[in-house]
Design a protein around this ligand. Structure first.
Ligand SMILES: [Zn+2]
Length: 70
């Protein structure tokens, strides 16, 4: 069974749900129990930017007190 990724329209929570194609069920948000959820294209689109990142590796550590990646 495929795993689909959903986002809740109510509380913006992202979650994944195992969905059987033969028996479509109403998917509820695990956080607020809302049925206003949208199916999103799963992690495939998330990976499209990989290898062409526009964020310098050091930029994210600017406001962090952690020092170990420099
Ligand atoms: Zn929700």
């Amino acid at each position: 069974m495929p795993i689909y990724e959903y986002v809740c329209s109510n509380c913006k929570t992202h979650f994944e749900e195992l969905v059987s194609s033969t028996s479509p069920e109403i998917v509820r948000c695990p956080k607020c129990d809302s049925i206003k959820v949208k199916k999103t294209i799963s992690t495939a689109s998330f990976r499209m930017g990989h290898g062409g990142s526009t964020i310098p590796s050091g930029a994210l550590s600017g406001c962090s007190s952690k020092s170990g990646f420099s």
